[in-house]
Design a protein around this ligand. Structure first.
Ligand SMILES: Cc1cc2nc3c(=O)[nH]c(=O)nc-3n(C[C@H](O)[C@H](O)[C@H](O)COP(=O)(O)OP(=O)(O)OC[C@H]3O[C@@H](n4cnc5c(N)ncnc54)[C@H](O)[C@@H]3O)c2cc1C
Length: 379
């Protein structure tokens, strides 16, 4: 752990570490294999303040920093990448409601979200718009004091299982200025869900399409003004990307530890696998990549905490760098395990599968480069 963390930062990380090691790590392989969504165990995270980490404390948030959140998700992912990512998305949606909601909206939704009596999904992607999110087509047409929603959202984490859906919909013109953010509660007539997607990883949480068919919600479910939805969605993602990067750092760190432990035991040509210089150089590169990742990630989190004007660029750089490095390191850890790495018994194959999606979601790593280049060339 870096030398410049405060005692409070370390305590937060230690709390997450104990929970991850006691409650997540022993079960992660079983949940993956049986496709179990461990709702009750995830709820225990709320008792530790991990359901609304960087949400203000007025309605039950923990009021901690983005740096604290990154430390938490790094530790949680050392136990189970999939549940860590689920908790991360819930935190992002909760923060969006608390930040952009009116006092009445915050009082209505945040206390239950912070206690995880309810859980929330973030709904931006559609079947025909992912990277080009501002092209979304799901509509919310105003009829008096209601909106009527039609359209669908694809790949939604927690869809069907969760209670609240923070949804970006078109209320006006084409492009980003015609988008608004609304909250849709499970059970609202006209809201339904597609089948659970069959995925390469993240098997311990559901992913499905969210469908709106003449789904009527009160206008008071809209966050902030009409036309601000794209800004809300993007500001949620700055922190979301740091959290996802942190799960890559934690998952890959776990893979490195497993590779060292295995390489010490496994023998070939009369010596331990870690005694080959090729293995040592690989381990050295893995550790170096993770430390460089950690430094960039913590720097991006500090900038977001400080509301630095360059925070968005740093969040995109960190997401791209750390999720690429994390996947490479996990894959190298699998290689050090030889054929056993390919078997489920040693769990590195699960880490590789679970980390792969981090290069794709919350903006693909190509889109992260688009953001970084745009900011560089803006001047
Ligand atoms: C398991 C999982 C969970 C998810 N959870 C959620 C969720 O909870 N909520 C949510 O809203 N979404 C979620 N997503 C969706 C995810 O954010 C999108 O898949 C992602 O943003 C990419 O969109 P796409 O799949 O439509 O790819 P596309 O946009 O079709 O991209 C295809 C390829 O083209 C590249 N590309 C596109 N545009 C450019 C460009 N301008 N320059 C260079 N390359 C480009 C992309 O990088 C990619 O390689 C999830 C996805 C997965 C797999």
């Amino acid at each position: 752990m870096p030398f410049d963390l405060t005692e409070d930062n370390r305590l937060v990380a230690e709390t997450a570490r104990r929970f991850a090691q006691d409650r997540l790590r022993p079960n992660a392989a079983h949940w993956d294999e049986t496709h179990t969504f461990p709702r009750d165990v995830i709820r225990e995270a709320a008792d530790l303040g991990l359901a609304a980490i960087y949400t203000r404390d007025e309605f039950g948030g923990a009021g901690l920093s983005r740096l604290d959140a990154v430390l938490v998700f790094e530790e949680l992912a050392r136990g189970c990448i999939t549940t860590a990512a689920f908790i991360s998305i819930h935190n992002m949606a909760t923060w969006m409601i608390d930040t952009y909601g009116s006092p009445q909206q915050r009082a209505r939704w945040v206390p239950d979200l912070a206690a995880m009596r309810t859980m929330a999904s973030y709904c931006l992607t559609e079947p025909n718009s992912g990277s080009d999110a501002a092209a979304l087509r799901a509509t919310a047409r105003r009829h008096g004091e209601h909106y009527v929603l039609n359209g669908s959202k694809a790949f939604i984490s927690g869809a069907g299982a969760n209670d609240l859906y923070v949804v970006m919909v078109r209320t006006g013109e084409d492009g980003p200025r015609g988008i608004s953010t609304v909250v849709v509660e499970k059970g609202t007539p006209g809201l339904s869900f597609g089948a659970n997607e069959r995925k390469m990883g993240w098997n311990a949480q559901p992913t499905a399409t969210v469908i709106f068919e003449d789904c009527r919600i009160p206008v008071e479910n809209r966050l902030w003004d009409e036309g601000t939805g794209f800004r809300i969605a993007m500001s949620g993602l700055d922190g979301g990307r740091l959290n996802i990067a942190a799960t890559s750092l934690g998952g890959a760190s776990d893979a490195l530890d497993r590779a060292i432990a295995y390489g010490r035991e496994r023998r070939a040509f009369g010596k331990a696998v870690v005694d080959f210089q090729a293995t040592q150089f690989r381990l050295a590169d893995m550790a170096t990549e993770l430390e460089a990742s950690r430094a960039l990630l913590y720097e991006a989190a500090r900038r977001l905490d400080a509301r630095d004007p360059e925070a968005t660029r740093f969040c995109a750089m960190a997401k791209r760098f750390v999720t690429d490095a994390g996947f490479r390191v996990a894959n190298d850890a699998l290689q050090i395990h030889g054929g056993y790495g390919y078997l489920k018994d040693y769990e590195v194959e699960r880490i590789v599968r679970d980390l792969r999606v981090n290069q794709i979601l919350e903006g693909t790593n190509e889109i992260m480069r688009v953001i970084v280049a745009r900011e560089l060339l803006r001047a």
